[in-house]
Design a protein around this ligand. Structure first.
Ligand code: SAH
Length: 230
């Protein structure tokens, strides 16, 4: 087989990386309680095997986190779906379509690819340059034209683009950084793991005109939100 042919097979996926494997993953997530059909549709669509090293691609559609280099991990599909659903779905099952959304810790770009089609504009910050260097072209190739990436410390948010209707943070800290709360629009929602280093609770904060409502969604284990950039 020519390398162009093998490249094509890798892109479209066969066997353990096929559309069938993605369908099975979406079914599993639905059984685990993901209710948003829009989110499940994105799980069926996004080629997760392209966001990880080729040597690991046979595990791409198992519901697990996997290493992506630089000591980081691609998030577990269930957690990606849960966070996306928490950000976008109201209690009555209706989906919001937020205008501007900020993603902190875009890592491999898989969560970015799930979220981008469901929002108008997505602003993604990652502190490790090597991860940005592979996720940025991949997202472009997959047709996510509404994403802007930035290399930096997401704890500071993205002041020039604030306020945001939604903020999704994919790394854990003892509390929600003040700058992020300040950059949340009235009526906007922030989803983030909060707690100790290896164990956190997924927290959803909804901002209203006269304060905020906080809800704990599920126990999770995320890598820590770190200062500065590499
Ligand atoms: N959703 C991503 C998760 C990656 S893990 C995926 O599925 O691939 C969390 C990511 O947050 C890592 O890439 C890490 O480098 C990044 N990160 C940690 N602290 C950060 C910060 N202060 N600003 C931006 N990114 C940060």
């Amino acid at each position: 087989m020519s390398s162009a042919q093998s490249g094509l097979r890798r892109r479209s996926g066969i066997g353990l990386t096929s559309a069938r494997a993605r369908d099975r993953l979406a079914e599993q997530l639905e059984q685990r309680g993901i209710r948003s059909q829009e989110v499940l549709e994105q799980i069926r669509r996004a080629p997760r095997h392209l966001f990880i090293d080729e040597a690991l691609e046979r595990y791409a559609y198992q519901d697990n986190a996997l290493p992506i280099g630089a000591g980081q991990t691609i998030s577990q599909p269930y957690v990606v779906a849960l966070m996306t659903q928490a950000l976008l779905m109201d209690d009555d099952g209706r989906m919001r379509r937020p205008g501007k959304v900020l993603e902190v810790g875009s890592g491999s770009g898989y969560q970015t690819a799930i979220l981008a089609p469901l929002v108008r504009q997505l602003f993604a910050i990652e502190r490790i340059r090597s991860l940005l260097d592979s996720s940025r072209p991949l997202l472009r190739e997959l047709g996510c034209g509404n994403v802007r990436f930035r290399h930096g410390d997401g704890k500071e948010g993205w002041p020039g683009q604030a306020p945001f209707d939604g903020i999704l943070v994919a790394a854990g800290a003892a509390s929600v950084p003040e700058a992020l709360l300040e950059q949340l629009a009235p009526g906007g929602r922030l989803v983030m793991p909060v707690g100790g280093r290896d164990r956190q609770k997924l927290l959803c904060v909804e901002r209203s005109e006269d304060g905020e409502v906080r809800e704990n969604l599920a126990p999770v284990a995320f890598v820590p939100l770190l200062p500065g950039q590499e």
